[in-house]
Each structure stands twice: as C-alpha cells, then as structure tokens.
Write a protein that binds this ligand. Structure first.
Ligand code: FAD
Ligand code: NAD
Length: 328
C-alpha cells in the first residue's frame, strides 16, 4: 500500500489540493493548527451571530474556479451577494455600484471549507513544526513533539512566513517563500441593537485608517438580530498599530467608520477585534505553486498567486496537478 499524502493547512488552498488528489484516487491527510477549517476564510461565532472577520466575499474569473463556485452553489454553501456598494474618497461617500458578481459562503463564509472537508481525514488543533524526508518517505513533527507519517508527499498550504521553516529540506523553495512579504490587517466588528440609518452595505475606502467596511448581516443567510458591521484597517495602518490593544483598535476604527458613514452611530452593543498577522501578500506572484517534484514537496497558498480566495484555490489546484503529473 502506498503512503498517504500529507497536506499542512486546511484553508481553501489545502482543501483545493486535497479535493484534486482525493478525486484522482489518492489518500490524503490534512493537518490544521486551528480547531476548524477555513483559515482566513473562517467565520467567528459570537454573541451576535457569526461574523466574517477575514475574507468578505470573492470574485471568480478563472473558468476552473467558476466551475467550483457553481458546484458550491448547487450544494447550497455559496450564494451571490449583491450589496449596495459605496466608495469613500476625498471626504465624500458616493454610490459605486458595478456589474461584478460577488460570492459569499452561506450561512457563513466558513460553510465552503466545511463542505470541502466532508469526510476527509483532518487532524485539527495540530500545528506542524517540522517536515523530515527519510530515505523513502516524509514524516512530520507537531508542536507537542508527536510524529506523524509515513507520507509519500507533503503539500504545505500555509502563509509564506509560516511555510518557510517547514521547507527547510528544500532550500530553494524555502528561499522563495522567505522572500514573500505578507501585510497584516486589523479587523473589527461592531453590532448595534437598532439598525443604522444608512443604505450602505459595503464600502471601498480610499483614504484614512480604513480599507473596507461591510454590513455583515445583509449577506445571505446571516443572523439578523443585530445590525453587524465588519471594518478592515489598511495594511499601512494595521502595520503601524500592530501591537495596539484590541480596545484601541476598536476605538480608532469605530471612530473612522462613524466619520464616514454619514448617519448617527450609537455606542455598539458588542465589539470584537482580530489581528490577521499574515493577511495578504504585499504583491501578487504568478508562481501557481512551488514544487520540488523529486523530493516530493510542494507549497501553495494565496501568496503564490493573486492574494485572494480565487488565487488560493487555484494555487492548491496547481500544486496537486503538478504532483499528479509527476506520478505519471
Ligand atoms: C482581513 C482579510 C480580508 C480578506 N478579504 C478578502 C476578500 O474580500 N476577497 C478575497 O478574495 N480574499 C480576501 N482575503 C484573502 C483570502 O482570505 C485569502 O487569500 C485566502 O483565504 C487564503 O487561503 P490559503 O488557504 O492560502 O491560506 P489560509 O486561509 O491562511 O489557510 C492556511 C491554514 O493553515 C493553517 N496553518 C498555518 N500554519 C500551520 C501549521 N504550522 N500547521 C498546521 N496548520 C497550519 C492555518 O490555521 C490556516 O487554517 C482576505 C484576507 C483577510 C485576512
Ligand atoms: N484586507 C485584507 O487583508 C485583504 C486581503 C486580500 C484581499 N482583500 C480584498 O479582497 C477584495 C478581493 O478582490 P477582488 O478582485 O476579488 O474583488 P473586486 O473586484 O470587488 O475588488 C478589487 C478592488 O477593486 C476596487 N473596486 C472594485 N469594485 C469597486 C467599486 N464598485 N467601487 C470602487 N472600487 C471598487 C477596490 O479597490 C477593490 O479592492 C479586494 O477588495 C481586496 O482589497 C483584502
């Protein structure tokens, strides 16, 4: 019997790779440091319902990804989100509707990766710290000192700064990953008992602390007891406030939001802040995935492509396709 393929990271890239390999008849095993799947597409359960603190929506431009989105729609875990879009620039908030289809997981963003996990074997709460290549097989060590293996191949589907030490056996790949800069994003959620008197449902902000804000509860399938909003700081602001307390972040982003939104903003009934240390690559790449096919180690993730959900999914697809090509 051949050994299974190890995939480190159960975000959309790792699960995309898992799906391709599983469909081709290969056994895979995923390792995920968190308690659930999704990574930056995960949703946070809270007292005011689930909140999409990371990816807000996604677009689909590549034919292969469009096919995947259509399959998720058929399963009921993805729906179109057509918000009343605005932009804020030069001190003015103006409608900015366009024709771009935008998709969200339903009833929450994490529904997509949850459906992708299906009955695939995943070790949750397991942070991998090292990957070793033996004479024939790979083995992995986790943060608690436990060994896992043997595996025929390893796919590392985590942000570049976290992937670098795991790529030590393949120094060329490690050097490429080490050169990738990833920017942080502070995310804050606010919930109001009485809905704010505004038509705005999503806003691209082009000045100041904020990059984007959205009315979480207007996405399809979300709980509607509270008027929930998610605010994202810009990369520059987030980096400059990397070590700020959550209270300071909420206060500043709430203040910036209240200045822009153009209606009365009462004290929120609920607030939350989350820091994404490796939110997005500082620039796009066109690598697809990184591979040392002879050693049997691959790296993928949004940082190998466009830094978006679609790019991450395509990167996982690419890593798995290269692995299959090498087996032929
Ligand atoms: C605030 C924010 C807003 C965004 N908005 C959008 C948007 O609107 N549209 C869009 O298209 N994209 C958006 N993105 C980007 C999008 O979320 C990512 O591009 C995509 O989700 C990345 O997927 P991934 O699988 O490459 O990585 P991740 O989602 O980061 O998955 C990696 C997984 O690996 C796990 N992991 C890490 N290290 C280890 C380890 N050592 N051992 C085991 N497991 C490990 C992590 O817990 C995680 O689950 C946003 C991102 C952020 C942070
Ligand atoms: N905060 C983070 O960490 C993070 C990480 C990755 C991606 N993102 C965001 O995810 C989104 C995904 O990009 P995409 O290409 O799939 O989506 P998209 O086509 O909706 O947006 C791409 C970019 O085009 C601009 N834009 C699009 N529609 C606009 C409109 N109607 N009015 C004004 N400006 C508009 C915005 O600047 C936007 O960031 C982007 O907004 C990106 O900034 C955020």
């Amino acid at each position: 019997m051949t050994a299974p393929i190890a995939i480190i990271g159960a975000g959309i890239a790792g699960l995309s790779a898992a799906h391709v390999l599983n469909t081709a008849g290969h056994e895979v095993h995923l390792f995920e440091k968190s308690r659930g799947s999704g990574g930056r597409m995960a949703s946070k359960r809270s007292d005011v319902g689930s909140l999409d603190l990371g990816a807000q929506y996604f677009t689909a431009r590549d034919r292969r990804f469009i096919d995947a989105v259509n399959q998720w729609r058929a399963k009921g875990c993805v729906a179109e989100w057509d918000p009343a879009l605005y932009q804020y620039r030069a001190g003015a908030l103006t409608p900015s509707q366009d024709e771009q289809p935008r998709w969200v997981g339903t009833p929450r963003m994490s529904a997509i990766t949850r459906a992708m996990v299906g009955d695939l074997p995943v070790s949750f709460g397991c942070r991998i710290t090292e990957a070793f290549r033996g004479p024939q097989h790979w083995s992995l060590q986790d943060a608690e000192g436990h060994n896992h293996g043997p595996f025929s191949h390893v796919i590392i589907a985590i942000p570049a700064p976290q992937a670098t030490p795991l790529l030590a056996t393949a120094p060329k790949l490690a050097a490429v990953a080490a050169g990738v800069v990833m920017d942080p994003t502070w995310s804050a959620a606010l919930a109001f008992k009485t809905p704010l008197e505004t038509r705005v449902e999503g806003c691209f902000v082009q000045e100041g602390e904020l990059d984007w804000f959205a009315r979480n509860r207007c996405k399809p399938g979300r709980e509607a007891d509270y008027d929930t909003w998610v605010l994202h700081g810009t990369s520059a602001w987030s980096r400059a406030h990397l070590d700020a307390s959550k209270e300071q972040v909420i206060e500043q982003l709430h203040g910036a939001f209240a200045e822009i939104i153009g209606c009365a903003v009462p004290e929120p009934a609920f607030t939350l802040a989350h820091r994404w240390l490796y939110a997005r690559p500082a620039q796009s790449h066109q690598w697809g995935a990184l591979a040392d096919a002879d050693l049997g180690i691959y790296a993928c993730g949004d940082w190998c492509g466009t830094g978006r959900v679609e790019g991450a999914w395509l990167s996982g697809f690419d890593a798995a396709s290269r692995l299959l090509d090498h087996l032929q």
